[in-house]
Design a protein around this ligand. Structure first.
Ligand code: MN
Length: 149
């Protein structure tokens, strides 16, 4: 499992904080400082999750999220929005645009790694898994009992 996280954030202090935090928790981090670079990297590296700042120069995080959701190559990627605490309503906009969750800034360094890990695992559970020797197909379910009444 690679657990690669793509962080799209134009604020370098936040970008480095989030990167350090994730790397300390054994994630592999790719960085982008613009939505355009983030979209390119998302297609290229197929990350396990994207942390998306909503306020970006040029294309913003909401538009970038909608672009990812509209592209079959990236539509499945879990996205957590990073929202500015002062911007009330951003959370709902983020969810409406297709984000799976949001974290408000300033970043809570204690809860971020766990939240990222939980969403990565949840998304993995939703993917169909190939049937292999170590992951056999489940036995067929018993047929439902029929009751006469
Ligand atoms: Mn920003």
């Amino acid at each position: 499992m690679k657990n690669r996280i793509l962080v799209i954030e134009d604020n370098l202090v936040n970008l480095e904080l989030v990167t350090d935090l994730l790397e300390a928790n054994h994630f592999i981090v790719s960085q982008a400082q613009t939505a355009e670079e983030g979209l390119r990297l998302a297609r290229e590296i197929n990350p396990d999750l994207i942390l998306m700042d909503l306020s970006l120069p040029g294309m913003d995080g909401l538009a970038a999220t909608k672009t990812l959701r509209a592209d079959p190559a990236t539509s499945h990627l879990p996205i957590i929005a990073l929202t500015a605490h002062a911007m009330r309503g951003d959370e709902n906009l983020a969810l409406a645009a297709g984000c799976d969750a949001y974290l408000s800034k300033p970043i809570d360094t204690r809860s971020l790694p766990g939240k990222v890990a939980a969403i990565v695992l949840d998304a993995r559970d939703r993917l169909p898994r190939p049937v292999t020797a170590s992951n056999p197909a489940p036995p067929p379910a018993d047929p439902p009992e029929l009751y006469e009444n």
